[in-house]
Design a protein around this ligand. Structure first.
Ligand SMILES: [Zn+2]
Length: 236
């Protein structure tokens, strides 16, 4: 199984890191993708743009390595995302290359526009990745180009999003009891670096609350969105 997590800025991934680590440990292929470098973070006022990119790329690489994932940065521009077709197409080409079975992303109504646009292009790219003529626009389609042609991704994709109180989509909880120390380590790294007032204990308490809702000690909570889902044999 292949899982692709698509977020806007390094640290957005904290809501599903335990789930990603758990899948990686099971032997699934996991990739973490950021659509921007988060280059506008106000903690970096004294750094050049290229320096901020380098630091945030290092953070992303470290997080991916810690959970056992590959990673990739796009450069769609912090707080400049528009959700337009060219952004979805960049992501669709990555889907075609990686062929994910599961995609995870932001909710549809986070206050940050990049988060909303990331959720939008993550959903839109599922459809664009199914269409060979879109993936290969400008390739010419001559026989000598066949080797270069991008293969469409037409397998069903399970899409999971961060929870939105405004959404009625079904909620799932993932038991992260064995991954909680790893998730806490990554949270603590970001918290110390950025000086967040939200403490590791506060963070653990949220995972504990999700766990109490679902009968385990610690859980992550996501919402399921259907896209080209195959028929089930039975309900359970
Ligand atoms: Zn963000």
């Amino acid at each position: 199984m292949r899982l692709l997590a698509v977020f806007s800025h390094p640290d957005d991934e904290l809501g599903c890191l335990g789930t990603l680590a758990k899948h990686a440990k099971r032997g699934d292929e996991v990739m973490l993708v950021w659509t921007t470098h988060g280059e506008l973070a106000s903690q970096f006022d004294n750094h050049s743009d290229s320096e901020v990119r380098r630091i945030r790329q290092e953070h992303g690489a470290w997080v991916a390595d810690t959970v056992g994932a590959q990673h990739h940065f796009f450069d769609m521009g912090d707080s400049r995302m528009t959700g337009e077709r060219s952004e979805s197409l960049q992501l669709a080409k990555l889907y075609a290359h990686f062929q994910p079975d599961v995609v995870l992303t932001w909710s549809d109504d986070s206050p940050h526009p990049d988060h909303r646009m990331t959720a939008k292009i993550t959903f839109d790219a599922i459809t664009l990745a199914r269409i060979p003529k879109i993936l290969n626009e400008g390739q010419g389609g001559h026989s000598e180009d066949i080797e270069e042609m991008i293969t469409a991704h037409r397998q069903p994709v399970r899409l999971f999003q961060y929870v939105s109180s405004a959404s009625a989509r079904p909620v799932v909880h993932i038991d992260i009891g064995e991954e909680i120390e790893l998730v806490k380590e990554v949270f603590t790294f970001y918290q110390e670096f950025y000086g967040w007032s939200f403490t590791p204990e506060d963070f653990l308490a949220t995972r504990g609350a999700h766990g109490r809702e679902s009968g385990v000690k610690y859980a992550e909570k996501l919402q399921r969105r259907q896209a080209f889902a195959p028929a089930l044999e039975f309900l359970i």
